[in-house]
Write a protein that binds this ligand. Structure first.
Ligand code: SF4
Ligand code: SF4
Length: 383
């Protein structure tokens, strides 16, 4: 199995370290906006001279407390995120000036109503689909309203020039992240999916975008050099897996790390906390609001109906990363991803002629043994 970098830090370690950084930034008057979703146009936040801070939680610890308010039969990501706010245990929630939600899945949008009782939660009205005639213009208007909300909150004016600068900055970061994630195309693959996923998720706790770009670019250069030195010309027999489905930071150890320890390579992670959000850039040659609306309406999340672009994107990734099989992760009670598994399975097995398995799980460790047994059986079929 591939080696982790010497200075590797787990997601939890990075999250904890970020607490002090965030406190210091707030002491200096830094503006902070808490977010939950890949549909939130981060460029508007940067244009307001604020920093976005991801609040999606990955720990089972606050779930019992959340269940005092929320139904138990709800996705663990929603329960954990709400639980951290409800128990006042998340410094990032505490330090956020405003929380931004969005009308994605039913669980999240109803949870945001309750979250608003704890801290002001501004909800972006995301269209349910991309294909109806007014979807793009509705979403563009909503992005403008979000800009106006931040102008009002901070008593500032956000100009189109500010937004253009933010677009360039984020596009540069997307290029760097994409180059790093595309290391998964190398054969044999010189870095693990566990490392790639951790780097992406943990980057939400380093708040300096320039520093993030530098760290990622440095790691990309190191891995390329390692590949030339130790991997080039060798043949790997390890199956190359695409991981798709729900955001997986709360189950990464249980599934992705486990898969890699059992002998596979997770070469591409086609999720919100993987390559999915880095594929498209924001156009720099058209009106800023239209460009942002286009980019963020195209996130291929299952909350969109219909969601054809997800399959087109998967097809390209399967071919480019030379994928041998697809593993889909569905968080319990995530209806949109769960229902979409039917079509994903059909697409993968019938059109791409590849093996597919889906795993429904939550943040507990109680199903770890069962998951290991299923992964072993799946890999046995591939090896
Ligand atoms: S999976 Fe969908 S709802 Fe969840 S963060 Fe990603 S885009 Fe948002
Ligand atoms: S994983 Fe599914 S249910 Fe959970 S927040 Fe994302 S879209 Fe909603």
């Amino acid at each position: 199995m591939q080696k982790l970098p010497d200075n590797f830090e787990t997601y939890d370690e990075k999250r904890k370290q970020g607490f002090i950084t965030m406190k210091n930034l707030k002491d200096k008057g830094q503006r902070v906006i808490g977010t939950f979703c890949s549909f939130v146009p981060l460029e508007i936040i940067y244009a307001a001279d604020a920093i976005p801070c991801g609040l999606c939680a990955s720990s089972e610890e606050p779930i019992p407390a959340a269940e005092a308010v929320l139904p138990a039969n709800l996705c663990p990501l929603i329960k954990a995120s709400y639980g951290f706010a409800y128990t006042e245990k998340c410094p990032y929630f505490y330090f956020s000036d405003l929380i931004v939600g969005e009308t994605t899945c039913d669980g999240k949008k109803k949870m945001f109503e309750l979250l608003n009782d704890i801290k002001e939660t501004y909800v972006l009205q995301l269209p349910n689909g991309r294909d109806f005639p007014d979807a793009l213009s509705m979403w563009r208007d909503e992005i403008i309203r979000f800009k106006e909300k931040l102008e009002d909150l901070y008593k500032i004016t956000i100009t189109e020039e500010d937004i253009k600068k933010a677009i360039k900055l984020k596009n540069r970061e997307r290029d760097i992240l994409r180059e790093y994630l595309e290391l998964g195309k190398l054969d044999p693959v010189p870095l693990s999916g566990y490392e790639m996923g951790t780097l992406i998720d943990a980057s939400s706790f380093s708040f300096d975008i320039e520093e993030r770009c530098e760290t990622t670019a440095k790691r990309t250069a190191e891995v390329k050099e390692l590949w030339e030195r130790e991997f080039k010309g060798k043949k790997s027999t390890r199956p190359r897996i695409m991981v798709t489905g729900c955001p997986n930071m709360g189950v990464r150890d249980k599934i992705i790390k486990n898969l890699e320890e059992l002998g596979a390579d997770c070469v591409v992670i086609d999720t919100c906390n993987g390559i999915r959000t880095q594929l498209d850039k924001v156009r720099e040659d058209i009106d800023v609001y239209t460009a942002l609306a286009q980019k963020y309406l195209n996130v291929t999340c299952s909350v969109m109906s219909p969601n054809r672009p997800r399959f087109e994107e998967m097809g390209v990734l399967i071919d480019e990363f030379k994928v041998d099989a697809v593993v889909e992760i569905v968080l319990q009670a995530c209806h949109t991803f769960n229902i979409e598994t039917y079509n994903v399975k059909k697409y993968v097995t019938e059109e791409k002629k590849l093996p597919y398995m889906s795993l429904e799980t939550d943040y507990s460790q109680s199903d770890k043994g069962q998951i290991t047994t299923r992964l072993e059986a799946f890999l046995e079929m591939l090896m």
